[in-house]
Design a protein around this ligand. Sequence first.
Ligand code: HEM
Ligand SMILES: *[C@@H]1O[C@H](CO)[C@@H](O)[C@H](O)[C@H]1NC(C)=O
Ligand SMILES: CC(=O)N[C@H]1CO[C@H](CO)[C@@H](O)[C@@H]1O
Length: 314
Amino acid sequence: MVIRKFFGVILVIELIVNVFRVADGLSMQYYLISCPFAEQIVRNTVTRALQADPTLAAGLVRMHFHDCFIEGCDGSVLIDSTKQNTAEKDSPANLSLRGYEVIDKAKEELEKQCPGVVSCADILAMAARDAVFWAGGPVYDIPKGRKDGKRSKIEDTINLPSPFFNASQLINMFGQHGFSAQEMVALSGAHTLGVARCSSFKSRLSSVDPNLDSDFAKTLSKTCSAGDNAEQPFDATRNNFDNLYFNALQGKNGVLTSDQTLYASPQTNRIVNGYAFNQAMFFFDFQRAMLKMSLLDVKEGSKGEVRQNCHKIN
Ligand code: HEM
Ligand SMILES: *[C@@H]1O[C@H](CO)[C@@H](O)[C@H](O)[C@H]1NC(C)=O
Ligand SMILES: CC(=O)N[C@H]1CO[C@H](CO)[C@@H](O)[C@@H]1O
């Protein structure tokens, strides 16, 4: 009797595991059995970190983007360089990635609760999602089950878009990852958070740029008078996720060439106007595009590992 009950319970557990974890693939409930509080642990860690420093929301969102565009969303952006290998994070293109310590903190908590289970790639994807919501943006669920990659090379970072790109080049590069022009513009809306440093836009100031408002050009010059690392917020509310970024583009107050080109180019102008007019539409498109981005070239099952320490491969 007892034995039959015991096997019954095992059967039910197996059933649940099979229903929610489709082979090695990703799923919404991937950690339901193996680490039921994974989502809460990440969310609590992110919340605490952002309460202490709200500017880190931008850092987490940008880090997830850089992770996904190089080698897929596999935590490669988190790996440290070694004597034999210069990693992505030491590329000039990584510029000023921020928020590594938030991922480390979440990983530490997760390793206490369920050692060796939750990948760094999943932690980063969840943290970016939670940061968007914390800053006032849309809420959305993402599948989990990404495995961590074993490659992180500085030369791969040429696959990141340049702030000097025009709209055709942006459409082209995002197109290579399967995104439409509309999705590219929606994702660029992440620049509603955070700042750019003078070195990323100062070349715009050396001649008169017809796509740059003359008063805003003075603002940028003033920022740059404090040096190459001086920070210029992308819009008036750097820690709030809203659609003011798109309103800024309409006023020729875009910070990067790659921002302002979205308004200047006939290929994307209407999309910018749409998002500037309708924040709900921006939020809707953004969360769908982020979900899509979070699935770029993910490594499933034995194609990757769960790193013990997000800074290095096992
Ligand atoms: C469309 C092509 C894109 C280009 C050319 C681009 C370029 C840049 C550059 C140059 C900076 C400033 C870095 C610095 O000066 O320190 C920046 C910041 C940022 N980017 Fe992008 N980006 C693009 C798309 C995206 C996407 C798709 C996301 C996320 C979904 C994103 C999220 C961010 C965030 C949040 C910041 C602010 C970071 C901070 O304040 O720490 N960007 N981006
Ligand atoms: C965008 O840049 C590329 C490469 O520099 C150039 O060939 C192309 O003509 C540019 N497109 C527009 C619309 O300016
Ligand atoms: C060129 C550059 O800014 N590289 C930085 C990339 O990120 C790492 C880790 O934060 C920094 O140590 C590098 O200086």
